[in-house]
Design a protein around this ligand. Structure first.
Ligand code: BGC
Length: 769
């Protein structure tokens, strides 16, 4: 095996089982192992039983560089299958598909000598402007977590480690290496952590990559709370924490915080800093040993079954096509404009129809083994249709756009049906910068309008990594297919859906808003003066649109099919104090095979925190032949009903009536069922600073207090108190300390002490119905 640094030390080889890291290794040897040897590999040490490991991008393909190396996607890498990026994958809503993708990626990684694949990226799409949204799954943490876990399970089933990234709150590219993401605790717990938490607890990733940014003022790479307390102590992460490439600013602080491996290598400078810190007594040597032990455990884990693997590139390509086709979202299909008829003429318009836009720019950029065009694939599938091509627009900025438009319009007039393939150019979106607006290039919008006015029917296929505005042309066209960035086999996948060979089954994993101004982070993105305030809190994506009743072009979860599904007999039953099962019968009532996504949302009762109108808590994708029915069961666990309670620093389930809802999407609810949960019988311990309402409302101490007060009152005083409810409302928020001064009958201090003592005792938990 070659290595990127060009020296002759074997990369990825060497002893795996060996002496444990102990006092026999010199400090300098140990610290050397804690940063990379070069851009993509780690140092090795035979004495410590630590081989050199190879870590490579990226989430949707293997980016192995053997000669000139860089982490920005500039130099070429070895040819590899470019699967659809996360933006497309998430629209499949299909964990099984993600698992198969992961297995294929894992095989390909092994065939190229890669030990750890740097992905998936599971950061939340806080704003549609984030330049890296194409690499992330969704605006919803549950969907991101379930799909991310499937990805990791697939990759790791092949003996390759995953690196879940970028932990945490890396939701923009602007100032990404310095900005402080200022996020309140509940929002971190409910929105920005859960995908990582699910993957860590369910899929046991070999590594987690920290993000570049700061979280509440502290670099993620030096954030002990993130890297040790939350990740390891709370979630039980037992793998290795690796830095994002160049994310370390203070190596000693980072190591102490829990960052084990610094990547890439930097010539040993920071290794010496660690050694000096140990020698000067600023850092315990045990911290170094622990990080080394984790590196060693990683080597043991990923190298356990390493042997020669060969990959069938044709097979991988066909899988990439299947995945892409199942990820496409049919947004609109008026009067059955799609699938295309098998005879007649089609005007296929748009440079992207022959030069597919299929992946995003930056570190995830894969050197595809081949790329299929929509033009070739459509011609191959519709031999009896005369498919003529017009460029329509230009992506180089050099052609005469008016001339191109006129040619396209003339062709559309002649052909009757026009299929336009449009989208964002590679330069419009990438890692490293955020977009400033949601618009498509102006010449493409003008083209769509002109073609739609000339053609009998107009179908638009979109290729874009981040959400684009559909305004200004959406109502002029008959059908819209959102193909995202569909990977190297995307040309065939688009043709499959246009012709009906594949029945579309993708659903939006993010909302398509009408206007940028409607997006929840609009006033707080991308921040200023080194800070970005997550002012919208938990109201991200559809949580905000549904709660504030802001209309959108297409809601989260939307997606059409060429067949029809009926959902009936929706039921919900509690399975414990804080869990339930929802079930529904799904029937394919149309005339062709199709896949349907059951989406279950939960609406909470009144809680002490502002809650989204509804939240996705379960989903399942089912495949059905015409006339076929199936019963789908969705388990709703405690977390489906819980909120993060900052007063307890824990998850809490409020008692009360929940509504479990079956949605076609986040805004179209087709059935719902009430669910009464007893919730957590948690009462906060009382103090003299607790309010009157808290004192009287306390399940144990409250009744005792009321009884004592009533006993001490005269009949007139009791009657006056009962009558004067308004006054009671006024004092409800008064701390007990102040309230005591207003009481006609004093309450003895010892009795108050007793009540406070009583409030500290645990309460029995009741079981919900
Ligand atoms: C990116 C990571 C990537 C790394 C290595 C960084 O710039 O943020 O996602 O894995 O480079 O290429």
């Amino acid at each position: 095996m070659d290595n990127a640094s060009g020296d002759d030390t074997p990369v990825g080889t060497g002893p795996v089982a060996g002496t444990p890291v102990d006092g026999t290794l010199g400090l300098d040897t140990k610290t050397t192992l804690l940063s990379g040897r070069d851009l993509w590999s780690t140092e090795h040490c035979e004495d410590a039983g630590i081989p050199s490991l190879v870590l490579c991008d990226g989430p949707h393909g293997v980016r192995r560089q053997l000669s000139e190396a860089d982490h920005l996607g500039i130099h070429r890498s070895e040819p590899a299958t470019c699967f659809p990026p996360a933006v497309a994958l998430a629209s499949s809503w299909d964990p099984e598909l993600l698992r198969r993708l992961g297995e294929a990626l894992g095989r390909e990684a092994r065939s190229q000598g890669v030990d750890v694949l740097l992905g998936p990226g599971v950061n939340i799409k806080r704003s549609p402007l984030c330049g890296r949204n194409f690499e992330y799954f969704s605006e919803d943490p549950y969907l991101s977590g379930v799909l991310g876990a499937a990805h990791v399970n697939g990759v790791q089933s092949q003996g390759v480690g995953s690196s879940v990234k970028h932990f945490a709150a890396n939701n923009q590219e602007t100032d990404r290496m310095r900005v402080s993401a200022d996020v309140d605790e509940r929002t971190l717990r409910e929105i920005y952590f859960p995908a990582f938490e699910r993957i860590v607890t369910e899929a046991r990733p070999a590594t987690v990559m920290c993000s570049y940014n700061k979280v509440n003022g502290v670099y993620a790479s030096e954030n002990r709370r993130l890297l040790t307390q939350v990740l390891r102590e709370e979630w039980g992460f037992d793998g290795l924490v690796v830095s994002d490439w160049g994310a370390v600013s203070d190596r000693v602080a980072a190591l102490a915080a829990g960052l084990d491996l610094e990547m890439p290598g930097n010539g040993g400078g920071t290794d010496a800093e660690i050694a000096a810190a140990v020698r000067e007594g600023r850092l315990e040597e045990a911290v170094v040993d622990t990080a080394l032990e984790r590196l060693r455990a990683l080597a043991r884990r990923v190298r356990a079954e390493a042997d020669a693997v060969t990959v069938d590139h044709e097979e991988q390509h066909m899988l990439a096509r299947e995945i892409a086709a199942d990820s496409l979202v049919l947004l609109k299909n008026q009067d059955g404009a799609l699938p295309l008829a098998a005879a007649g003429g089609v005007a296929l318009i748009g440079e992207f129809a022959r030069t597919l836009r299929y992946q995003g720019g930056g570190s995830s950029h894969v050197n595809a083994t081949r790329v299929d065009s929509v033009l070739d694939e459509l011609r191959a599938q519709l031999p009896d249709v005369e498919i003529e091509f017009a460029q329509g627009y230009d992506i180089t900025g050099e052609a005469d756009t008016r001339l191109l438009r006129e040619e396209a319009v003339a062709l559309a007039e002649r052909s009757g049906t026009a299929v336009l393939v449009i989208g964002l150019r590679e330069a419009d979106e990438s890692e490293g910068f955020d977009r400033e607006h949601l618009e498509l290039p102006a010449d493409q919008v003008e083209l769509v309008r002109a073609v739609a006015a000339a053609a009998r029917r107009t179908v638009v296929v979109l290729l874009n990594g981040g959400v684009v505005s559909l305004e200004g042309w959406h109502d002029d066209v008959d059908a819209v297919v959102e193909a995202w960035l569909p990977g190297q086999a995307g040309g065939g996948a688009v043709a499959d859906v246009l012709t009906g060979r594949v029945n579309p089954s993708g659903h939006l994993a993010e909302t398509i808003p009408f206007r940028l101004q409607d997006t929840p982070s609009y006033l707080n993105f991308p921040g200023e003066q080194g800070h970005v305030r997550y002012g919208e809190g938990v109201m991200v994506g559809y949580r905000y649109y549904e709660t504030a009743d802001v209309p959108v072009r297409y809601p989260f979860g939307h997606g059409l099919s060429y067949t029809a599904f009926e959902q009936s007999d929706f039921r919900v039953s509690a399975t414990g104090a804080d869990s339930a099962t929802a079930s529904v019968t799904v029937t394919n009532t149309g005339d062709r095979f199709g896949k349907h996504v059951v989406q279950v949302y939960v609406t909470s009762p009144k809680r002490p925190v502002t809650s989204p109108a509804r939240e996705l808590r379960g989903f399942a994708k089912v495949a059905l032949a015409p006339g076929e029915s199936t019963v789908v069961e969705i388990a709703l666990d405690r977390r489906a009903f819980a909120f993060w309670d900052i007063t307890r620093d824990d998850w809490t389930v409020a008692g009360g009536r929940y509504d479990v809802q079956l949605g076609e999407n986040a805004s179209d609810i087709v059935a719902s069922a009430p669910l009464d949960l007893a919730g957590d019988q948690l009462a906060k311990p009382l103090t003299l600073d607790s309010t009157v309402e808290e004192w009287f409302g306390h399940p144990a101490s409250g009744p005792a207090l009321m009884e004592a007060m009533a006993a001490g009152m005269t009949e007139e005083q009791a009657a006056a108190a009962a009558e004067n409810q308004d006054a009671m409302r006024m004092v409800a928020s008064m701390p007990m300390r102040q309230f005591l001064g207003f009481l006609p009958v004093p309450i003895p201090d010892e009795f108050l002490e007793q009540l406070m003592e009583m409030s500290r005792a645990p309460l029995a938990t009741a079981v919900g119905s």
